[in-house]
Design a protein around this ligand. Sequence first.
Ligand code: FEO
Length: 393
Amino acid sequence: MRKLADNVFAVGVIDWDRRLFDELIPLPDGTTYNAYVIKGSEKTALVDSVDPAMTEQLIGNLVKHGVDKIDYVISHHAEQDHSGSIPDILTLYPDAQVITGKKCKDMLISLLHIEEERITVVENGETLSLGDKTLQFLATPWVHWPETFSSYLQEDKILFSCDFFGSHFASSSLFVDDESKVREAAKRYYAEIMMPFRKTISRNLEAVDNLDIKMIAPSHGPVYDNPPMIIDAYKEWVSEPVKNEVLIAYVSMHDSTRLMVEHLVEALIERGVGVKQFNLSDYDTGELAISLVDVATVILGSSTVLAGAHPAAAYAAVLVNALRPKAKFLSIIGSYGWGGRMVDQLKACIPNLRVDLIEPVMIKGCPRDDDFLELDKLADSIYEKHREIGIAD
Ligand code: FEO
């Protein structure tokens, strides 16, 4: 059993091989489903459980380490990768009571059919005594579902934060041993599921700041024994400032749009603007999400297919819309053969974005000198917009 503090142990499971989450999110580094046991002088609590596919390993860990009694199962989040084993745990430990928030209770009943009488609801700020150890519950909603909350173990100063501060990062090390790698994995995780709720996350960070935290134990990835490392990273990611960078996500069927993108990229670099370029025919959506955390401007580039946007560009637009980055500006570039409504289609895919739309550049066929001049003007506009908000020289 891996120990965080006296009588506080990690009993979760490492999933080295998982490569996709929610049938959407790539996991290049695998993941972990973290669960913890806190043995108080009077009561024992299990903090979260694991993905249902890994229930046997969790139970094996509990049995192997002699956890013969569980009084409380703290369920911070109803998503099945943390709650999915709870029904089996309740069968194995018939006296155990699930401790959770009201919203989470409703979800546990509807998603897992847990009997209502096995669930006790706690409120923000309430405490639960295990004897010589005390859990204090802290509302940390929308990381990334509405019901999420965290627990603070007062005596050991450990924050159990569930998805909040987590990383999809399989490692045999209980604690972070490579801060730059875990920071990148945590940024990927933030970008993929929490970025749309960054205002609420910002308030959650303020609540966390009121606690004296020695350790953060999330539900995915290594435990942070240097909490400022991840708290400060989150503060940067949720903050308003954007970087002097443009993300260009494009798809090109016959090279016309590709030539436009290449010209625009050069034009932006000449103006001192950074670029992150993604060819939508083969890309990692997690990498795109990471780039969206900081960029000031997003450019969608597309060929015209059957008088509309290429489906890959439409998918990217829907994804960007869902992730709601703090980008300030957006434009669209592309090429058509005989006409179409590509720009209108892509605009309709991004209703959530609070961006200033810069005049799109659409051309007929393969770009000519005049078209490249239009792209130079677009680069000028982007540079000027960045300068106006104080991020370009
Ligand atoms: Fe790791 Fe939202 O579950």
